[in-house]
Write a protein that binds this ligand. Structure first.
Ligand SMILES: Cc1cc2nc3c(=O)[nH]c(=O)nc-3n(C[C@H](O)[C@H](O)[C@H](O)COP(=O)(O)OP(=O)(O)OC[C@H]3O[C@@H](n4cnc5c(N)ncnc54)[C@H](O)[C@@H]3O)c2cc1C
Length: 500
């Protein structure tokens, strides 16, 4: 047990105190633990995780074919080289995270099966009280912490989002959400329909195409995809030259980030050209007779929603080979044997997979209070997309949409460690983002601009998320290339952070 953690028995529950409580042992929480040990070695901390292992997203999702759609040179941490093919399976990502935990002795800080239900800030005691329940024993456990580092992701892990369609209860087959994929699901010889057109559907369809009788991807509207080899030529070449893996990681990261910045810029400046490039890659797989306009041409400009990477065009090859098909239509109702579509067509199925997304979950379904008052995050304004007005000593890791999540997890970790050290230097015990006099009455807008980026899970939950203002530091750039320069030098004494 950590030497600096003090334990005190009360009549009700045991209370343990740490300088920092990190919520979640996904890629952000494990990264946070690493940075804290390196940058603030004197701080005591614990990582509380409700599941029985680390991994977060990469543990929860167990559907066939589960893989990243970002390259691991940038989805991996900046401090630990990625040495395999860029697109990785969930198992490979967990192995990598496991190595980070083992190599840095982080395991002793992580408590699994601890579900946090509430967190209360006391201005009098200048600390958070965090109440958790052991998911295996039901035991209540209490922690107090000076600082709360929220690494709980952005969606509810226990269940995915499934819209309700008329007649769902009539369907005689099985309805499955990819987030809770049943271990016993037998697909051999079955007709499977996958509803959805996002990264999950695009991964799942080729992964099961050879094993089931037939799989149909049923989408309401098409999505952009980007195809390419699951290899990185630069990395392969550097390895041939015996360049050390640390260098390969850094050089390839920089190259990928430069290419991505270029792609993002082009998708705003010349969206039509980018669109045609993406579509011609799809046409190259599917041939001239396939109706790419209908099935793979979205109505929005590229990058308004995340663009999934299709390694080696596996989705399109499945369709070309007849093992999979794509239908663009809407569901009217479920029937006993499958689906009735708005066009009047019917689609028979034994298994219907609802790859329809997530339930946005603002800050881990934890009931927050500040001095006894329930906290509605939608009433707060974000400080650089990492902290919230009126909420002391708390940071949240929310990654990028258009770049790998972990790039931001690393940046926020640096920021939190810098802030903790700054507080120590100032002799401060609390820090609260607070609108300055000149900021009062500024125009507030949603957490993300729906015109800029608008996937369904965000739009469904936008009213739950904090607001952003019309000027720094009350904005949330969602842009790695801006933040990588701004965050490390953000002025911690600009008056927006109030210390006590
Ligand atoms: C299928 C899928 C594929 C994805 N692919 C990519 C990709 O390729 N690239 C990319 O950049 N992003 C991707 N994402 C987004 C992805 O979620 C993030 O990139 C990243 O893995 C999130 O890491 P995290 O640690 O912040 O959160 P999570 O992975 O969500 O982990 C949060 C952890 O916190 C725990 N937790 C939550 N609430 C509580 C509580 N109250 N008490 C205790 N513990 C709690 C959860 O159990 C979980 O283990 C993908 C998402 C999904 C669902």
């Amino acid at each position: 047990m950590d030497m600096k953690a003090t334990a005190a028995r009360t009549t009700e529950v045991e209370t343990q105190h740490f300088d920092v409580v990190i919520v979640g042992a996904g890629i952000s929480g494990v990264g946070g633990a690493y940075h804290l040990t390196k940058q603030c070695p004197d701080k005591s901390f614990v990582v509380l995780e409700s599941q029985d292992d680390f991994g977060g997203t990469w543990l929860t999702h167990r559907y066939p074919g589960i893989r990243s759609d970002s390259d691991l040179y940038t989805f991996g941490y900046r401090f630990k080289p990625w040495t395999s093919a860029p697109i990785a399976t969930a198992a490979e990502i967990r192995k990598y995270m496991g190595e980070v935990i083992a190599e840095n002795d982080l395991g002793r800080h992580i408590r699994y099966r601890h579900r946090i239900s509430s967190a209360s800030w006391s201005s009098e005691r200048k600390c958070w009280t965090v109440d958790a329940t052991r998911t295996d024993t039901g035991e209540a456990i209490r922690f107090t912490a000076n600082f709360l580092w929220m690494c709980q992701g952005y969606y509810r892990h226990s269940e995915g989002y499934t819209p309700q369609w008329p007649g769902m209860d009539r369907f005689k087959g099985r309805v499955v959400h990819p987030q809770t994929w049943p271990e016993d699901l037998e697909i051999a010889g079955k007709r499977v329909v996958v509803i959805g057109s996002g990264a999950t559907a695009a991964t799942l369809v080729p992964a099961i195409a050879s094993d089931c009788a037939h799989v149909t991807l049923l989408q309401r509207s098409p999505t952009f995809f980007i195809t390419g080899r699951n290899a990185n030529e630069l990395a392969d070449m550097l390895r041939e030259l015996d360049i050390p893996e640390e260098w390969v990681h850094e050089i390839v990261r920089r190259k990928i980030l430069k290419d991505q910045a270029n792609f993002t810029r082009r998708s705003f400046e010349e969206p039509e050209k980018v669109k045609q490039e993406l579509l011609s890659a799809v046409r190259a797989y599917l041939g001239p007779d396939f109706d790419v306009d209908k099935h793979f041409t979205p109505s929005y400009r590229p990058w308004r929603q995340r663009i999934a990477f299709i390694p080696d065009g596996d989705l399109f090859r499945g369709i070309r080979d007849g093992k999979a098909s794509v239908l663009t239509d809407e569901i009217e109702a479920f029937t006993e044997t499958g689906l009735l579509l708005k066009s009047g067509a019917t689609l028979d199925a034994d298994i219907i997979v609802t790859a329809t997304g997530f339930n946005l979950n603002v800050l881990g379904d934890i009931a927050f209070t500040v001095d006894g008052r329930p906290l509605a995050f939608s009433d707060t304004v974000t400080y650089r997309g990492a902290m919230f007005t009126g909420v002391p000593n708390m940071a949240w890791v929310f990654g990028y949409f258009r770049a790998s999540w972990t790039l931001r997890a690393d940046l926020i970790a640096d920021f939190v460690c810098r802030l903790l050290k700054h507080m120590d230097t100032r002799g401060a015990v609390s820090v609260t983002p607070t609108l300055r006099e000149a900021d009062e009455g500024m125009h507030l807008s949603p957490w993300v601009d729906p015109e800029n980026f608008n996937p369904g899970y965000l739009m469904r939950g936008l009213d739950l998320l904090p607001k952003q203002g019309d000027r720094p530091p009350w904005q949330h750039a969602q842009d790695y290339w801006t933040e990588k320069d701004e965050l490390p030098v953000a002025d911690l004494d600009d008056g927006a952070l109030v210390y006590e």
